[in-house]
Ligand binder design. Sequence first.
Ligand SMILES: Cc1cc2nc3c(=O)[nH]c(=O)nc-3n(C[C@H](O)[C@H](O)[C@H](O)COP(=O)(O)O)c2cc1C
Length: 212
Amino acid sequence: MDFEQVIKNRKSTRQFTDQKVAVEVIKKVLQEAQLAPSWVNSQPYHVHLATGDSLERVRAQQEQLDNSGAKGAPDLPMMSRKDWPAQAQVNMAEWTKGLGAAGKEMGPASAKLYNAQEVLYLTLPKGYSLWSLYDLGSFGNGIVLAATNQGLASMTAYQFIKYPKMLRKELNIADDEEIIIGIGLGYPDDNALVNTIKSRRMNLDDILTIHR
Ligand SMILES: Cc1cc2nc3c(=O)[nH]c(=O)nc-3n(C[C@H](O)[C@H](O)[C@H](O)COP(=O)(O)O)c2cc1C
């Protein structure tokens, strides 16, 4: 796929079909994402792929926890929206307001992990340098772009990692690994209202200062 098409076609998908992704395709996506730069080539991340029965066990537990109102307790600290910088608060409020009817489908879809057929959990070893968070984000973006190039839909979400205790138990993830983010992969359900959510970007001039 043309690079510009890849970067423009990638978007968050919140409802996947039941179609699975071949493990060879996922490995190709990850190998391409591994080409991301990292601090002194440290490549600090690890990937856990949940698929098949393992993922179904996680999905069942997630739905139960979500429906019981269990509070998310991710390994990365959370910050209340009101403590974010002002512009970020404006952007988040605008995005939330723009969800419309599709927003009502987000809760039920997310409780079922968006029906993603493959979920990648990206982890860092406990005690990681803060620079590794930059590297992991870069790796994650490589994953979603490489996935788009393979004709896959993707979803980067806190929703996947909000219950790390459950994930550690179900996927046998060691205590010395911090579960940073989850990325769902699969094929998009083109009939789902929740997949019509669009996100705007700020004007470039509002985030760019050119120093001549
Ligand atoms: C670290 C991270 C966590 C996210 N967590 C969620 C989530 O839990 N639920 C959700 O609906 N979207 C989540 N998103 C998706 C963002 O809402 C989305 O990327 C943003 O609105 C831009 O839309 P786009 O990805 O379609 O371009 C997350 C994105 C990132 C990068």
